[in-house]
Write a protein that binds this ligand. Structure first.
Ligand SMILES: Nc1ncnc2c1ncn2[C@@H]1O[C@H](COP(=O)(O)OP(=O)(O)O)[C@@H](O)[C@H]1O
Ligand SMILES: [Mg+2]
Length: 215
């Protein structure tokens, strides 16, 4: 079973948005997926309660129970576990990063956010895990801004995903229905961007196509 942890020192950068949308995209790609919600605010859990589909399996847990929950997911045939964490590089994020094959760090392409990922980069380096920055909520037409953001993010020593998510209203529109953007507006731009990100993360970064995910 593969494990992806979403982590970022800052709140509001898109951890939960990416967690639920990647979970839905992974499920659609044929990977049985669990999403563990380590954030006491339980936003991902609230999203799942609005949802009618049973999968991805979403469960609120405490950092103390993380190992047990991962073992249970593995025993129950899940191919992927995604862990959403609270903001601040605290004990929960550290525990979840420690267990991850890949730590995904969403970051808005602004100086405030790029400065803040330095702390998250330190956390990931200290755990010896692999981290990848995903530039999120980029203005739809920005190009120079993105190039600059990529250069600054790479200066932290972290890898930066080729796929970028733009600022799209689809994320807010899909949320009240407990849907991912690929379900709510399958042909929309947000859906195409999430699908490209999911493919990039799974194929290129994790080498985790459905065929080689242990079911
Ligand atoms: N790519 C995006 N386009 C538009 N809105 C976004 C995007 N990513 C996140 N948001 C919005 O930003 C807000 C914060 O996102 P959230 O995922 O809750 O961040 P975090 O979990 O890091 O605190 C939410 O209202 C969410 O809908
Ligand atoms: Mg969140």
């Amino acid at each position: 079973m593969h494990i992806i942890t979403l982590a970022a020192q800052k709140g509001g950068v898109g951890k939960t948005t990416l967690a639920v949308n990647l979970a839905v995209a992974a499920e659609a790609a044929g990977i049985k997926t669990a999403l563990f919600d380590l954030d006491p605010q339980e936003s991902a859990t609230a999203w799942s309660e609005r949802r009618t589909a049973e999968l991805p399996h979403v469960e609120p847990i405490s950092a103390r129970r993380l190992d047990q929950a991962i073992d249970a997911a593995e025993a129950n045939g899940f191919g992927l576990t995604i862990i959403d964490t609270p903001p601040a590089a605290g004990a929960e994020a550290a525990a979840a990063a420690q267990r991850a094959d890949l730590v995904v760090i969403p970051c808005r392409p602004s100086l405030i956010d790029l400065d803040a990922i330095k702390r998250t980069a330190q956390l990931i380096t200290s755990t010896g895990r692999t981290g990848v920055v995903v530039l999120n909520a980029a203005p739809p037409t920005a190009t120079t801004l993105l190039d600059d953001a990529r250069t600054l993010a790479e200066a932290t020593g972290l890898r930066v995903a080729r796929a970028v998510l733009r600022e799209r209203s689809a994320y807010r529109a899909a949320w009240p229905y407990g849907l991912g953007v690929i379900e709510h507006e399958p042909k929309g731009k947000a859906a195409l961007e999430v699908a490209a990100l999911q493919k990039h993360i799974f194929d290129d970064v994790m080498n985790c196509t459905p065929a080689n995910v242990k079911a």
